[in-house]
Design a protein around this ligand. Structure first.
Ligand code: FAD
Length: 423
């Protein structure tokens, strides 16, 4: 069994990037802090534009959410279009909706262009209705997405059964723009592409301080220094080091369990089209196959907390309920990751000082959005034009009661899983 901090994705990652730990002094146009999708996409964009850029990662590339997630490349955020417009206004909201609608295409294009070995499969995703109420939610999302021009389809219980292999869903919203990837391999591949384009990538190089001196920024690690004209802080839910401005968010954990590769007869009747799935429950479930035919199921919760046994019991019961033929399959890998949720479920860009931007709060939708935001933040800083950003930056962002809300969510998920496991 893996440690909950080391995902299946690390075991099956085919991509590699050559890196060092920072020693000595480096001068660049742009320094990027954090080696997830956002930071790697920023470094790649800047290097391709001909800028001198370095990326500093505290641990290894993909250590954060980018190496632990489900791998669903979605078109958009959690929020349906109407809510995005309500929260950001018509003009900004519409621009963000269109930018993120194109995000899967951008991700799959980058994978193709840089030959990233991350099992890309653009066969769509299925948002599955677990109840009549869930079906009503999907109908409302369907209407809003159609109005925004998205090529989504609302499919019947029968069609959902034929695609998923499970008879437990009332309907599903199929999005053909979306798909699945090996999430860590995509992240490492972005870093490798950035390195090939000229970016300097440093791992085991936590930034300990960020100071503005003589019109430029000085970033210090334990063995080196970077002098930079501009800085992007992309540390999201895995931010470490109290000397830097800490992103404000509510931490929410999501875990996954994986079987060993399934036999051909099982693979033929479960998700045979390779779609990535999640359901409409408040305490949601995700499921997908990987390249080798492992079935991966996920739910909300922290596997290192008191609720671990509840989560584990729930997974076994849920798997049997959804796919009786998998009831006896051993679960050989388990891991979890931390999601940075914001109260309005929208990401935040913060202008920390002259030519310094921080971003966080993808709220569980970061593959497409992180890729898009990272690239656009790099362009905005290099062209000194913040109007290019996907959303307007704010001077500061606060969340209150984050610990209490984290405890509330974790307790809610654990109790839900305890009772659902027994029902
Ligand atoms: C379990 C789980 C499931 C998810 N499922 C999906 C999904 O299916 N689809 C989807 O679109 N999104 C999903 N998400 C969200 C998505 O994974 C994240 O939004 C995305 O990975 C964020 O990328 P990032 O680059 O902003 O941050 P991260 O990937 O978290 O990277 C931040 C990096 O910064 C580094 N760092 C921190 N502090 C420092 C420092 N001081 N110096 C240097 N480096 C530092 C960290 O080590 C880390 O590597 C999921 C998230 C989780 C946790």
């Amino acid at each position: 069994m893996n440690s909950v901090d080391h995902s299946l994705w690390r075991k099956t990652c085919a991509e590699k990037v050559e890196t060092n730990s920072l020693t000595g002094s480096v001068s660049v146009d742009l320094a990027v802090i954090g080696g997830g999708y956002t930071g790697c996409s920023a470094a790649l964009t800047a290097a391709k534009a001909g800028a001198a850029v370095c990326l500093l990662e505290a641990e290894e590339i993909g250590h954060g959410g980018s190496g632990r997630n489900v791998g669903l490349v979605n078109a958009g955020l959690w929020l349906p279009p109407k809510k995005i417009r309500e929260r950001l206004g018509e003009q900004v909201g519409n621009r963000l909706i269109q930018l993120l609608a194109a995000a899967p295409a951008e991700v799959f294009k980058l994978i193709e262009r840089h030959q990233i070995d991350c099992d890309p499969l653009q066969n769509g995703t299925l948002h599955c209705a677990h109840s009549r109420v869930g079906e009503m939610d999907l109908k409302s999302r369907y209407a809003q997405l159609k109005e925004s021009g998205a090529p989504v389809e609302l499919i019947s219980a029968e069609d959902t059964k034929s695609k998923t292999g499970s008879d437990q869903f009332q309907a599903a919203l199929f999005d053909p723009r979306a798909g699945t990837i090996q999430p860590l391999a995509y992240c490492v591949g972005l870093a490798r592409a950035a390195s090939q384009a000229g970016a300097q990538i440093f791992e085991q190089s936590a930034v300990l301080s960020l100071d503005y001196l003589d019109n430029h920024w000085v970033l210090a690690t334990s063995n080196g220094t970077v002098h930079a004209k501009a800085v992007i802080q992309a540390t999201n839910a895995y931010h470490q080091n109290l000397n830097l401005t800490r992103p404000q968010y509510v931490p929410m954990y999501f875990f996954q369990y994986a079987t060993a590769p399934l036999a051909e007869n099982l693979r033929a009747c479960i998700l045979s089209g390779g779609e990535g799935c999640w359901d409409t429950e408040l305490i949601m479930t995700s499921f997908r196959m990987d390249r080798d035919g492992r079935f991966i199921i996920g739910g909300m919760g922290d596997l290192s907390s008191f609720g671990r046994s509840f989560h584990h019991g729930w997974v076994r019961r849920k798997l049997s309920a959804l796919f009786p033929s998998l009831a006896d399959q051993p679960l050989v890998d388990e891991w979890h990751g931390r999601i940075a949720m914001t109260s309005d479920h929208l990401p935040k860009i913060i202008k920390l000082g002259p030519n310094v931007l921080a971003v966080h709060g993808f709220s569980g939708r970061g593959i497409g959005p992180g890729t898009v935001f990272g690239g656009m933040m790099a362009e905005s800083l290099l062209k000194d034009d913040l109007a290019r950003l996907p959303i307007a930056p704010v001077a500061q962002y606060n969340e209150s009661w984050t610990r209490t809300r984290r405890t509330f969510f974790e307790t809610g998920a654990a109790l839900t899983h305890l009772f659902k496991a027994r029902s």
